[in-house]
Design a protein around this ligand. Structure first.
Ligand SMILES: Cc1cc2nc3c(=O)[nH]c(=O)nc-3n(C[C@H](O)[C@H](O)[C@H](O)COP(=O)(O)OP(=O)(O)OC[C@H]3O[C@@H](n4cnc5c(N)ncnc54)[C@H](O)[C@@H]3O)c2cc1C
Length: 452
């Protein structure tokens, strides 16, 4: 059976469900990494995936010109060594993003000069934020939202710039994100400079073949152990092991690894119920909203006129634009719209949506930008298996739903997924970290079970 086959765990009518030693729920990078490590260690493992594809929040497409684009996670940060190592192992080609280091800010048809007072004010506010992210948060930051805080920022342009920085960085609803949670995110992401930078930061490089090539490499090695179209609906722990019920049949396992994004846990019926502190995580988190598009051109034509394509569009919807073209072409322009702005695009028909996203760039890049040869888009908040992106966010309230979310096993149920990563949570690298961590956790637990 290939990884496209969706029938493996089905038991013949009336017979006992098939068994495996470890059932991994979710074929994102965390689940695939965990499964491959276990498989290589000789453990019988099955990956149960709700969608009809592997990859989860990593998803690549092939353009009309044959190049590959990532609609989900794409950047490899300068210190994201796990994903870089996986790319090297699977023979993928990593390249540094073409960057100018300083964004062009477009306010309508006007370019806001870098040295202009609003830009200097924004830089000052960002430096202040960075400094504050290292102090012990006062309690009032739990109840002050980022929207409240932004309302006090002096001047429209600095306010808009900070708002778009936050929306593009976390895809949050800013009236649901507390200042404390924002400071924690900044700290977890290695500080603002690391978080926002291309060279030397979290957006340093990409893969020519797309992150999907890593997903394919992992899934291919697992072969028929990856079962697509198997949405897990319940996990029941009994005396004889764990019964995992899916939309395509049930399966018995000794151990289960759950990698689904935390807010989606409430779609799985756990028997017995999870301890309250564990089930609270689903209730206390939500997925961000994000729309991503890539426009493909025969060449990165904007470079002929030295046009910087790290652009921030201040008008609504706010858009962050990057030149993600591979070294040998074609031209790829990547656009991100985060938070509530992303949702405003949902009701538009595809042609109007494309025009809405590209039109604001005409004043800077010319009308050629309106005519891509290939157009790729995805609204992640409309993807029922992801729930949104980039990550789960803590709702208003205390710190117990912050990343890394709790991953202490509950009996035979173990937890992974980027939100549980201690290093680079929220990133592709964090997904791999969590997959490796849980695989070793399980290997240790299985070793204790086996007779000496
Ligand atoms: C638009 C976007 C841009 C991003 N950009 C970057 C970037 O540039 N760099 C970076 O490092 N990170 C980026 N990220 C984040 C990165 O993609 C994620 O951190 C990573 O892919 C998460 O992997 P995961 O395996 O933890 O979770 P997921 O990929 O979400 O995997 C979970 C899997 O569980 C499956 N599932 C859900 N419910 C069930 C169920 N009930 N039964 C069975 N299966 C189920 C899902 O279908 C999914 O396949 C981005 C994310 C998005 C959405």
């Amino acid at each position: 059976m290939s990884s496209k086959d969706s029938t493996r765990p089905q038991a013949a009518s009336g017979s006992a469900p098939p068994t495996t030693t470890v059932a991994v729920i979710g074929a994102g990078l965390a689940g695939l990494t965990a499964a491959r490590t276990l498989h290589r260690a000789g453990v019988d493992v099955l990956v149960l995936e709700a969608a009809d594809r592997s990859g989860g929040r990593a998803m690549s497409e092939t353009t009309a010109l044959g190049s590959r684009v990532d609609l989900g996670g794409q950047w490899i940060g300068h210190d994201h060594s796990r994903i870089a190592a996986l790319a090297a192992e699977l023979g993928a080609t990593q390249f540094r993003m073409h960057t100018s280091q300083r964004p062009t800010v477009l306010d309508g048809a006007r370019r806001v000069p870098l040295g202009a007072p609003p830009m200097l004010a924004t830089a000052g506010l960002l430096l202040g934020l960075e400094a504050l992210s290292h102090i012990r948060p006062p309690q009032r930051w739990d109840t002050t939202t980022v929207a409240d805080w932004l309302a006090k920022a002096p001047g429209r342009t600095p306010r808009r710039l900070l708002e778009l920085t936050a929306l593009t960085s976390w895809c949050a609803d800013l009236d649901r994100l507390s200042v404390r949670a924002m400071m924690t995110l900044i700290r977890l992401q290695g500080g603002l400079r690391n978080m926002l930078s291309t060279t030397g930061g979290a957006q340093e490089s990409l893969l020519v073949e797309g992150i999907g090539t890593l997903v394919d490499g992992l899934a291919d090695e697992l072969g028929d152990r990856v079962c697509l179209g198997h949405r897990v609906t319940s996990i029941a722990v009994g005396a004889a092991g764990v019964t995992v019920t899916t939309t395509a049949g049930a399966i018995n396992a000794t151990k289960v690894v759950v990698t689904v994004p935390p807010p989606l846990l409430n779609r799985i019926d756990f028997q017995p119920a999870l301890p309250p502190e564990r089930s609270a995580i689903a209730a206390r988190t939500y997925m961000g909203s994000v729309y991503k598009a890539i426009a493909v051109f025969p060449r990165p034509f904007w470079r002929d006129r030295s046009k910087n394509t790290e652009i921030i569009v201040l008008d609504a919807p706010g858009i962050a634009v990057f030149d993600t073209s591979p070294p040998d072409g074609p031209g790829h322009l990547c656009m991100l719209v985060g938070g509530p702005h992303a949702r405003t695009l949902d009701h538009l028909d595809p042609a109007t949506r494309r025009e809405t996203v590209l039109r604001p760039l005409v004043s800077w890049l010319g009308t050629a930008v309106l005519e891509p040869v290939s157009w790729h888009e995805k609204a992640w908040h409309l993807d029922e298996n992801a729930g949104g992106g980039y990550t789960a966010l803590p709702g208003p309230g205390g710190a117990d739903a912050d990343m890394p979310v709790q991953f202490t096993p509950v009996g035979d149920i173990h937890w992974a997924g980027t939100e549980t990563a201690v290093d680079h949570p929220g990133y592709l690298d964090g997904a791999i970290e969590s997959g490796n961590r849980v695989a070793h956790e399980i290997l240790g637990a299985l070793a204790q079970l086996s007779p000496r």
